[in-house]
Ligand binder design. Sequence first.
Ligand code: ASP
Length: 327
Amino acid sequence: MINRRKFLHFSALAAPLLTAKKTFASNFDAATRPIVVSTWDSGMPVNAAAWEILSTKGTALDAVEAGAMHIENEINCCVGLGGYPDRDGIVTLDSCIMDHKANCGAVAGIERIKHPVSVARKVMEKTPHVILVGAGAQQFAVENGFTLESTDLSESAKKAYAEWLKKSEYKPVINIENKKQNGPFAPNFFDDGTLNHDTMGLVAMDITGNLSGAVTTSGMAFKLHGRVGDSPIIGAGLFVDNEAGAATSSGTGEEVIRICGTHLVVEFMRQGYSPELACKKAVERIVNRDKVKAKTLQVGFLALNKKGEYGAYAIQKGFEFSVKSEK
Ligand code: ASP
């Protein structure tokens, strides 16, 4: 039996680009396996669920699915069905999963399904395709034994949506965290108190050294119905390359998609950059495209390389990540 108290289990703040005076490139690096890293401090229980599998010699793939499922079960978290709806009051979920052999699956805009990550895994394992969307994704889920859940919004989502409807202002800018209002499972808010986002992305390396990753989200709150962010897009919200490393992202999905963000991070790691520097270079790519706009945005990348070193970087302060390993 492994003694849990020995495990490193913490959440750390990623270095921000616009406000950082210095970076912490080597502080968070640790060569170890198995290991799991996930976005935000809400990643700590997610990591614990993944660790149940990693610590008993399970695969990174099973671990990341278990981690994502854990948060999808949290009704007070804005990742799964408890998350905030789109502009039309409908919760639509995005998710993807990728393994060490570049097998991958994703669902986008899926409704009434509790575990989109598991549907994504089924897309990967049972179809020749990578992404299923909307009604087709839901149909596939039902055909594969997933239950259709109610369309009711969670209590917190109902309240927030009613509030949003008062102005119905379309404001698709997300994720500049206000830590004062954050806590485990608490959503992240604009300074005016409105919700902006939450996404769970996690990447893991198992005892054999194989990498996998998964992402799950309800996406941008009050988005246009049909809007898909970076989270279910392989190469944007998640990328895994078993030779170089794996990366995931959170933040304004459109900006991540524009630069194929996580693919870029992994390619930088392949060129020899540390995980944090690779994330930083991808963040710079976004910022340099439009420095003025970047001030209003948050995007954070989190990466794990083949040696078990990890790092993160974000445009703004406040992007946290969680780590669990035996060291
Ligand atoms: N990246 C997600 C999206 O654009 C949102 C988030 O990370 O909170 O849908």
